[in-house]
Design a protein around this ligand. Structure first.
Ligand SMILES: [Zn+2]
Length: 373
C-alpha cells in the first residue's frame, strides 16, 4: 500500500525572494479568479482543454504566469467546476487562497547543498528551508509528490506530499492483537494479547468539551454578526484541539505496541444497535469526523510501524462477558462502572470490558481468515 503523508517544511526566503514568492502567489490567485470567471460566463466549463483554449494566452500575457502555472490554473478551475457540477451547484468559484500544485522536478526540487529550488514568475530561486520533525522523509526512502506553497502570518511553508510503498501486515504475521475501546471517562482503553490493559485518561477532555459546548450555546443565543464570527472561531479552535488529541492518542497507541500488531476498533460511524444504546453526547467521538480522523491517523501510523487496523461491528461489546461469552444488559452497572457477569461472576471495570471484547473479536477475525485459506 502507498503511504502518503504531508511533510511541512518552513522556508527562509531573503527579502527579494519573499517579494518574488508573494508576487507569484498573487498572480496565481488572480489567474485562478480570471479563469473561474471565464468558465462561469461561458456556460460552466468543466473541461480542462476547453478552458485552456480560452484562457491560456491571457494567463501568460496579462497575468505573467509561466506555461506550467497557466496549465495548472486551468486544471484547478476545471476541477472545481466539475465537482460543483456533480454536486448540483451552479455558483461562481472564488479563490481566496492561491491553490497551486508544484510538481516535483518540474516546479520544485532540492539541491545538493540542501537548498529548495522553486519556480516563481521571474525564474527559479534557491532558498534555505527547515525540516525539523520531518527529517525521516528526507532519508531517501520517500518519493516527493506535489507540493503547495503556503503563506501565513508572514511566514512561508511548503507542504509536500511524500509517498512510500509500504507492505501491509499479512494476517498470518500478526503477533499481537490489541482491542481499543473509545469512551469518555477514558478516552481510550486498550487490551493486548499479553493481557495488559492501558487506560488513556479522558476526564480533562470531557471538562474542556463541556466548556466549548457552554460557550457555543451562549454565543448561539446572541444572534449578532460578532457572535457568529466568534462562533466560527470557536469551532475552528475546537477542531484544532480535537485533531491534536487524535494525534496524541494514535501516537501513544501505536508506539506502545510491537511491530506486527493488529489493532481492533469498533465502527462508531454507523448507528449502534437498538439493544445497546450508548449516549452519544457522553462520548468524545460523538462527532463523526473526529472519529474518522482518528481512524485514519491510527491506520497510517500503524502501517508505518508494520502493524494494521481492523474495524469491527461494535454490537454487544459492552454487555458480553469476555470470559464465558454470556451476553446480558444487566452484566454492566453504569453507575458503579463495574461489570459483573451474571453467569460466571467475572468482575472488572466496565470500560475495560469493551477493549477485552474487541481484542477477542480480533482473535476471531484472525481465526476466520486462517480457516478460509
Ligand atoms: Zn461470564
Amino acid at each position: 500500500m502507498e503511504l502518503v503523508i504531508t511533510a511541512k517544511v518552513k522556508l527562509y526566503p531573503d527579502f527579494v525572494q519573499k517579494a518574488q514568492l508573494i508576487e507569484t502567489l498573487k498572480a496565481v490567485k488572480a489567474g485562478l479568479n480570471h479563469a473561474s470567471r471565464v468558465a462561469y460566463d461561458n456556460g460552466f466549463i468543466t473541461s480542462f482543454k476547453k478552458l485552456q483554449k480560452m484562457t491560456y494566452s491571457d494567463l501568460r500575457q496579462q497575468y505573467g504566469l509561466k506555461s506550467q502555472m497557466a496549465c495548472n490554473v486551468c486544471s484547478v478551475v476545471a476541477g472545481s467546476y466539475a465537482s460543483m457540477k456533480s454536486n448540483g451547484e451552479k455558483t461562481l468559484a472564488v479563490y481566496k487562497t492561491p491553490k497551486f500544485q508544484y510538481s516535483y522536478g518540474r516546479d520544485y526540487s532540492f539541491t545538493k547543498n540542501g537548498m529548495l529550488s522553486i519556480g516563481t514568475l521571474d525564474k527559479r530561486i534557491k532558498l534555505p528551508f527547515e525540516i525539523k520533525g520531518m527529517k525521516q522523509y528526507f532519508d531517501g526512502s520517500w518519493n516527493f509528490g506535489t507540493a503547495t506553497l503556503i503563506y501565513k502570518k508572514d511566514k512561508f511553508f511548503l507542504h509536500i506530499a511524500v509517498k512510500k510503498e509500504t507492505p501491509i501486515l499479512e494476517d498470518n504475521s500478526v503477533r499481537n492483537i490489541v482491542g481499543i475501546d473509545f469512551g469518555m471517562n477514558f478516552l481510550a482503553v486498550s487490551y493486548d494479547s499479553a493481557g495488559k490493559t492501558n487506560f488513556f485518561e479522558g476526564r480533562h477532555i470531557k471538562d474542556k468539551r463541556a466548556k466549548f459546548t457552554k460557550t457555543r450555546k451562549s454565543l448561539q443565543q446572541t444572534k449578532t454578526a460578532s457572535s457568529r464570527r466568534r462562533l466560527k472561531k470557536l469551532g475552528n479552535r475546537e477542531n484544532r484541539w480535537m485533531t491534536d488529541i487524535n494525534h496524541k492518542v494514535s501516537k501513544a497507541l501505536v508506539s506502545g505496541s510491537i511491530e506486527g500488531t493488529l489493532f481492533v476498533i469498533e465502527d462508531l460511524t454507523g448507528i449502534r444497535s437498538q439493544t445497546e444504546k450508548v449516549q452519544r453526547k457522553d462520548r468524545y467521538y460523538s462527532v463523526s469526523w473526529a472519529f474518522y480522523q482518528l481512524r485514519q491517523m491510527l491506520e497510517y501510523k500503524a502501517l508505518r510501524s508494520g502493524s494494521k487496523v481492523v474495524v469491527v461491528d461494535p454490537k454487544y461489546t459492552s454487555q458480553t462477558c469476555p470470559k464465558c461469552g454470556h451476553t446480558e444488559k444487566a452484566n454492566r452497572n453504569k453507575n458503579t462502572h463495574t461489570f459483573t457477569c451474571k453467569t460466571c461472576a467475572y468482575t472488572s471495570n466496565d470500560d475495560r470490558i469493551g477493549a477485552m471484547n474487541l481484542q477477542r473479536k480480533g482473535i476471531e477475525y484472525i481465526a476466520e481468515v486462517m480457516l478460509s485459506v
